[in-house]
Design a protein around this ligand. Structure first.
Ligand code: SAH
Length: 236
């Protein structure tokens, strides 16, 4: 785990406000242990994912106004009308993705950066795209202040993916798509898996898509969730 008290060079950071926000108290750590237990009780078994959730101070990724709710298993608003996903949803998607050390993973929907941090803690190399510029910029600053420099973040349209960095071992979409984005399948390695919620605005079906050696895909539909929508090419 990184030195979160004085993230840079063991010296107090210049931005004292940010520094004071980034305190991880024993109380936070205790609440986090309870959250991990709740996720186990709800059926999450992937130890690397549970370890990451147990380590990462989720309250660092939330708006000041919601700090005290950070360890409830709920989604909360972040800026630009978006949400930080519910911990169970993060755990569920991460477990399906089964991130491993060295995996090259593309995430669509950086949002708060929390999901990216969970993947990075498992040793995966994370590339993440966000279409809201202010969110992209703020999250980049936060990830740097927490020493998550290895997470590469991009401002752009997730439907297009990142052809310059393809292929990816795994792709995770954290917003609800009405259909499978075919350009993302192109950017997936053979044998690779994509985890994506698919369906209308009201409800989406968590879907895994495996890319087979013959170029075909194997699609499995799982539980129902409700995500913010994956929006088209108006990156702003
Ligand atoms: N993974 C995030 C979840 C954020 S909610 C977290 O852990 O906090 C989903 C995010 O997807 C939102 O921030 C939204 O702005 C973003 N999004 C929606 N459509 C997108 C698109 N076409 N490309 C990239 N990001 C998109």
């Amino acid at each position: 785990m990184r030195n979160l008290l004085y993230p840079r060079n063991n010296k107090p950071p210049a931005n004292l406000f940010l520094h004071l926000m980034l305190q991880d108290s024993f109380r936070h750590q205790g609440l986090r242990r309870q959250l991990v237990q709740q996720l186990r009780d709800k059926g999450i078994q992937n130890e690397a994912v549970l370890d990451a959730i147990g380590k990462i101070p989720r309250h660092f990724f939330m708006d000041n106004a919601f700090l005290e709710f950070a360890y409830q298993d709920k989604a909360f608003p972040i800026s630009c009308g978006q949400t930080i996903s519910q911990p169970y949803t993060v755990a569920y998607q991460s477990q399906l993705l089964d991130p491993r050390k060295g995996d090259k993973i593309l995430e669509i929907g950086t949002g708060s950066g929390y999901q990216s941090a969970v993947l990075a803690e498992t040793g995966a190399k994370v590339f993440s795209i966000e279409r809201h510029k202010p969110l992209h910029e703020n999250t980049r600053k936060l990830l740097d202040s927490l020493n998550y420099h290895s997470i590469k973040t991009f401002f752009g349209d997730g439907f297009k993916g990142l052809p310059a960095f393809a292929p990816f071992d795994k792709i995770l979409v954290t917003c609800g798509a009405t259909e499978i984005p075919l350009k993302l399948i192109d950017q997936l390695k053979v044998g690779g898996i994509m985890v994506i919620p698919i369906g209308p605005l009201s409800e989406q079906t968590m879907t895994t898509i495996l890319k087979k050696p013959n170029g075909e895909t194997e699609i499995i539909q799982l539980d129902k969730f409700r995500f913010v929508p994956m929006l088209g090419d108006k990156a702003r």
